[in-house]
Design a protein around this ligand. Structure first.
Ligand SMILES: [Ca+2]
Ligand SMILES: [Ca+2]
Length: 275
């Protein structure tokens, strides 16, 4: 039954009939609900000398997988991501939730796995939009250097990728600096030995902070001996107005020879935070 698309409709119909199997009426073009190649691109929008992002966890789900709630304590999965950039525990939660379809951790397209300012991370998935488990998109990444700063969509239904008929919708949004959250699992001492990407050698170090997830207040002010006093991150003050940390697009090849719909048009405003 899985014949090449190059076969003409007439021959295909005859062949299907010859197999003795029932066949649906032939429609023009590819049914919108057929499995499609969906490409996720995360771009670090921080300026040179700004914040990095750890390899980005992404997952497709039925709308029922929630990475965090603002004002509530972080899960162990989110804690590991926000303190150490470790996506394993969050992936385990996703797999066990029963809400998730495909998931991955996407490394930078160039250089070391974290995304430096200006770098992108890209991955293509083959998704069947008819499956409810592929309908919504979520992401999570640690902002580094930091004790426990992260970005993620707290609303599991914030980014719908397929409509109820399986037709592709996609996504294109900016994550602004004021969307960065504090997981509140570790005090923001910015001490090198406790701060990932700033000298920390071991996971899960630092003084515990048993508080609730909240908007990140930003780094220590310049001159206080924190991250902003390191020349490599002098432009890392992500809470200042206009500071964007990421653009995320979820697109399909439109079949027209050009790359994808995500390559044109400006992105929308923030689609990232919320609870
Ligand atoms: Ca939530
Ligand atoms: Ca903290």
């Amino acid at each position: 039954m899985h014949l090449t698309l190059a076969v003409s409709g007439g021959v295909l119909a005859a062949t299907v009939l010859a197999t003795g199997l029932s066949a649906r009426p032939a429609h023009h073009g590819v049914r919108p609900s057929s499995p499609v190649e969906v490409t996720v691109v995360i771009e670090n929008l921080a300026p040179a000398g700004g914040t990095f992002l750890t390899p980005v966890w992404v997952g497709f789900h039925d709308g029922g997988f929630d990475t965090y709630d603002g004002g509530a304590p972080a899960s162990l999965g989110l804690e590991a991501l926000a303190e150490d950039g470790n996506t394993g525990p969050l992936s385990d939660l996703f797999m066990m939730s029963g809400h998730g379809g495909e998931q991955a951790t996407i490394f930078s397209d160039t250089g070391i796995p974290p995304l430096a300012p200006g770098e992108t991370a890209t991955m293509t998935f083959v998704l069947d939009g008819r499956e409810a488990l592929n309908r919504y998109f979520s992401y999570a990444s640690m902002v580094i250097p930091s004790n426990d700063a992260f970005i993620a969509n707290g609303d599991p239904m914030a980014h719908r990728i397929f409509d109820y008929k399986g037709r592709f919708i996609g996504a294109d949004f900016i994550v602004a600096g004021w969307d960065v959250n504090d997981a509140a699992t570790e005090l923001n001492d910015e001490a090198p030995e406790n701060t990932a990407f700033f000298g920390q050698m071991m996971p899960n170090t630092g003084q515990d902070e048993s508080a609730r997830i909240h908007e990140h207040a930003g780094y220590k002010v310049p001159g206080a001996g924190g991250i902003l006093d390191d020349g490599m991150f002098a432009e890392g003050d992500f809470v200042q107005p206009g500071y964007d940390v990421a653009r995320i697009t979820v697109t399909i090849d439109d079949g027209g020879g050009s790359s994808s719909s995500g390559s044109s048009g400006s992105s929308g405003s923030s689609g990232s935070s919320g609870s």
